[in-house]
Write a protein that binds this ligand. Structure first.
Ligand SMILES: *Cc1c(COP(=O)(O)O)cnc(C)c1O
Length: 389
């Protein structure tokens, strides 16, 4: 274990737990967050220690859980490009626009970051069988990292999962379970089967380390912008792990003195056919109601209820952000626009961020002088069936 890791802290009841055990949720039912001795990191490791390290997410090793580099289960995740979308910016009348292209990760999505961290820790703590519910990309990433670790992966996917995701899991040697239902139904089955068979459940936010991997989105973004943060970040939100992770990274970097206190406005974009966060945000609720029926082509956004919903809503409000829903047609049209204009073959969830940006510019929430970052969370190559004319 990284010597700077202090304990796991419950995000709801604040109770502490030991990090030296395989653990899922706090007994109170809420996600656990890793807490570090940040004053000690600050004293020993100034920001400049990063300068000679490889550009993967492990360059931020003081802020990631495992202790030594041999323990890492890595396929080179992170270090993705932050693309200056200047042509798109000028067509929108926006001063500065960036696209963080997470499609460049191993397995073609940002799920690689979370699962690299989670599989590393699960293996170090003795797990042999890992189980996951997945609407698509998380399953592929688990399959890849489990194979690299020499562990078994059990992936529970809705029967209508995009074919690329299913074929990827099969090819990488995972055990696949196709479920008649949504990702939440898969989640219930995983919990049951994990308990019955002694598997470790690596569902998002149900173990403490996927969020640590996703946190590196925020660390990397700050470093690529020369240690400042943009005015607005637009993030396609399903379970919200990336959003919660980035916010944790901003907080930790502030405590380390790596960035100043400026907060970006955090914006969640969801699909009109599955928008529990947008609804709860607009109604001033602190938790989401399960959305039914959940219908969108964007598999990563077809999450009717997220276990960390209260954390997402808190971050949107604290940051002065907002939540926006866009249609599937808008996502696909704007995915094409990003492709034509910037040369990035983005996933529909990535297209959704541009659709949201256009809405927010029309409403005046985003001003022409703002610097905006869009997160393209995965490669369009996984969704050929949607883009085929
Ligand atoms: C999983 C996924 C999302 C949603 O990510 P969360 O962090 O769970 O909100 C968005 N886009 C793609 C491509 C995904 O695979």
């Amino acid at each position: 274990m990284n010597p700077f890791v202090r304990h796991l802290e419950c995000s709801a009841c604040a109770k502490n737990h030991s990090p030296r055990q395989l653990i899922n949720l706090c007994p109170c039912g809420s996600p656990l967050l890793v807490r570090y001795d940040l004053p000690a990191v600050r004293a020993k490791h100034p920001r400049k220690v990063l300068s000679n390290r490889p550009h993967t997410m492990w360059r931020y090793r003081e802020l990631l859980p495992p202790g030594n580099s041999q323990a890492r289960i890595s396929l080179g995740e992170g270090g993705t490009p932050l693309v200056d979308a200047d042509r798109l910016a000028s067509s929108l009348g926006l001063s500065r626009l960036w696209i963080k292209d997470e499609g460049a990760n191993p397995t073609g999505s940002f799920k690689a970051r979370g699962l690299s961290a989670a599989v590393t820790m699960a293996k170090a703590l003795g797990a042999e069988n890992l189980a996951i519910p997945s609407a698509g990309n998380a399953g592929g990433a688990l399959a890849a990292y489990a194979a690299q670790a020499g562990l078994q992966a059990h992936v529970f996917m809705p029967r209508d999962v995009p074919p690329a995701n299913r074929i990827e899991c099969e090819t990488l040697g995972a055990h696949i379970h196709l479920v008649d239902g949504l990702i939440t139904d898969c989640g219930r089955l995983v919990a049951r089967e994990a308990k019955a068979n002694g598997w470790f459940d690596v569902a998002t936010l149900k173990e403490p380390y996927r969020i640590e991997g996703k946190k590196t989105l925020g660390l990397e973004l700050a470093e690529q912008l020369r240690w400042r943060l943009p005015d607005v970040i637009i993030y396609p939100t399903g379970g919200g792990t990336g959003l919660v992770g980035m916010w944790k990274a901003f907080d930790e970097m502030r405590q380390l003195g790596w960035i100043d206190s400026k907060q970006p406005k955090m914006v969640s974009v969801q699909a009109v056919g599955c928008a529990p966060v947008v609804k709860a945000f607009q109604q001033g609720q602190s938790r989401c109601e399960p959305w039914s029926p959940a219908t969108t082509l964007a598999a990563g956004l077809r999450v009717p209820r997220a276990i960390g919903d209260f954390l997402i809503l808190e971050i949107l409000r604290q940051s002065g952000g907002t939540a926006v829903a866009v249609t599937d047609e808008e996502m696909l049209a704007d995915a094409r626009a990003m492709g034509r204009s910037e040369g990035l073959f983005v996933c529909p969830e990535g297209g959704a961020t541009l659709a949201a940006l256009k809405k927010l510019m029309r409403s005046g929430f985003v001003r022409p002088s703002d610097e905006v970052v869009l997160f393209n969370t995965g490669s369009g190559l996984k969704y050929l069936h949607l883009f085929e004319a």
